[in-house]
Design a protein around this ligand. Structure first.
Ligand SMILES: Nc1ncnc2c1ncn2[C@@H]1O[C@H](COP(=O)(O)OP(=O)(O)OP(=O)(O)O)[C@@H](O)[C@H]1O
Ligand SMILES: [Mg+2]
Length: 273
């Protein structure tokens, strides 16, 4: 089925190192993959395994030192053009908003990145729709600044921006890290809504293999800069002989493991019925 879809990102033996000599860090080590249009891919792995560096390569912020990395079959050369299509939600939402401007004005200014900027009215309408998509009443943030909102609310503002801008590809680097379990489940639902309603391609980066299992079409398990296991959630979880996958499964918090098992049962039943 996937072979009919076009390839969005293609990586062939890419590596990214920092420093040199004895102090060389290999953040991404000889990694190859294809990501297809409309997929949700999760990149899962422990701290320091290279997830964010890989995300930054996808955003064009780093170029690999070795190998070939293509977006839509071409090298990333023009960043402004690239960001027209590929947008991100990063770990710290506060760093993405300026505290001296209202949230609303920043959501509207985000449209400046687009090649074809919509009219003022259209921007206002799309910002409202983006806020409603993440269950925020637009009037509730009227005149508000980032420091007046909680971490969880700010993460929703980042997602509202994505719903408003509708990029082709979203790179979501642990967007759930600052929020509680209930809001977290909502955010995962928003990611799926972005995929279903806007056919967005999503790369979701997390430590949590349970969350990845819940949202992904395919999972890449990373360790030490390498992809050590990959495939559909079923394939990855069946391959539990793979040490690093096993370790990530052990790391899922108990409470949330129960929720995860329940959800995977639910989706399996849906498939069966
Ligand atoms: N700009 C940089 N200069 C030097 N080393 C870097 C740089 N960025 C990342 N690294 C190193 O590359 C490795 C991978 O980092 P990366 O940020 O991708 O990890 P991660 O998997 O995102 O971890 P976390 O889950 O903690 O966010 C780490 O050893 C890190 O110290
Ligand atoms: Mg990271």
């Amino acid at each position: 089925m996937l072979s009919n879809k076009s390839i969005v990102f293609s990586a062939k033996n890419i590596s990214k190192t920092f420093g040199g000599g004895k102090k060389i860090t290999t953040a991404v080590n000889n990694v190859s993959f294809d990501i297809y249009d409309g997929e949700i891919i999760s990149i899962v792995g422990g701290s320091g395994c290279g997830k964010s560096v890989l995300a930054k390569i996808m955003l064009g912020l780093y170029a690999p030192n070795k190998g070939k990395f293509h977006y839509n079959g071409k090298k990333i050369t023009n960043l402004k053009k690239h960001w027209n299509d590929v947008q991100s939600v990063f770990q710290d939402p506060f760093s993405c908003f300026n505290q001296f401007f209202t949230i609303r004005s920043q959501l509207e200014d985000a449209f400046n990145i687009l090649k074809k900027k919509p009219s003022k009215e259209e921007i206002k309408r799309r910002v409202d729709a983006g806020l409603l998509a993440v269950n925020v009443t637009p009037s509730d943030i009227e005149g508000k600044y980032s420091f007046e909102l909680s971490g969880g609310q700010m993460q929703r503002m980042l997602l509202a921006r994505i719903f408003a801008l509708r990029p082709k590809v979203l790179i979501a680097d642990e967007p759930t890290s600052m929020v509680d379990a209930c809001v977290r489940a909502n955010i995962l639902d928003y990611l799926m809504k972005l995929k279903e309603e806007l056919q967005m391609t999503i790369v979701f980066i997390t430590h949590d293999i349970g969350l990845a299992n819940y949202v992904s079409d395919r999972i890449f398990i990373m360790h030490d800069g390498m992809i050590v296991n990959s495939g559909t959630p079923e394939e990855v979880l069946d391959n539990t002989g793979e040490t690093h996958t096993l370790k990530l499964l052990d790391d899922i918090p108990e409470v949330h493991k129960k929720e995860w098992i329940k959800n995977s049962h639910r989706s399996k039943n849906k498939e069966a019925g």
